[in-house]
Design a protein around this ligand. Sequence first.
Ligand SMILES: Nc1ncnc2c1ncn2[C@@H]1O[C@H](COP(=O)(O)OP(=O)(O)O)[C@@H](O)[C@H]1O
Ligand SMILES: [Mg+2]
Length: 276
Amino acid sequence: MKIRLDNMSARHPAARRDAAAALRGLSLQVAAGEQIAVIGPSGAGKTTLLHVLACALPPAVGSLQLDGRDPWQLPRRQLQRLRGKLFLAPQVPPLPPRQRVVTAVLAGRLPHIGLWQSLRSLFYPTAIALADAALARFDLSDKLFDRVDRLSGGERQRVGLARALVADASLLLVDEPLSALDPTCGQQAVASLTQAARERGATLVTTLHHVEMALQNFPRIVGLREGELAFDLPAAAVTPERLQALYAQHLHELTGQAPGEELPAVASPAVVMYCR
Ligand SMILES: Nc1ncnc2c1ncn2[C@@H]1O[C@H](COP(=O)(O)OP(=O)(O)O)[C@@H](O)[C@H]1O
Ligand SMILES: [Mg+2]
């Protein structure tokens, strides 16, 4: 799916009236099948951007176009059909506690095939095989029939990603997929996600806290800062200096240091390590 944002601003319905809009004057074009990582300090507007792209939050100013059409101008049925082609994986997947992993994963197909067919499909081995294949990509095959509330935070997060893979979506929007994963597991999860998106030709927009992971796995990086586009560059062009500017006053998020700890000097090895 193609994305186009023109001078788009967005504000949350619950935001204070005098608060600045969460996103301001954003223009961006993403080709069908492209993969981009959105980085930037907390509060920069990364999650809000995913919500706008998921047609969950309408632009207050400017416009959004998906495959050349403004979703907010579409008749309701067409908007619903379009939403069926979008999949938003939130940072904390909403998984009912007593649900089995297999059911939770197959729920990713709900927008496409409807509740009844989805429940019925649980009894078909093809659907179970589909869930199993998605889980295998995240090293979770052995959890197929486990209860969701018996999983660790990291396992739950990967179930949320497996759910994205069974969805028949042409735009995958993934919010902080690695927040509960250790680096090795995180690298594997990102590799599985990007590969699966490539295989099905889906566009992938991921927000990522781990800058290094973003630079290593995504060809194009969008930097957001205080609701505005700071840069939109090929990964190779994202220099340590740009990252320092993007995370200025939030350097602990870039270096993994706790706030208040002494920050490394500009050219220290710690920063360089995160800026490859
Ligand atoms: N539900 C909400 N209601 C009101 N304001 C919100 C809401 N969610 C986020 N915001 C505000 O929007 C801005 C961007 O937030 P967010 O998109 O969550 O940033 P990020 O994901 O980059 O950390 C922040 O200033 C935040 O306070
Ligand atoms: Mg966020």
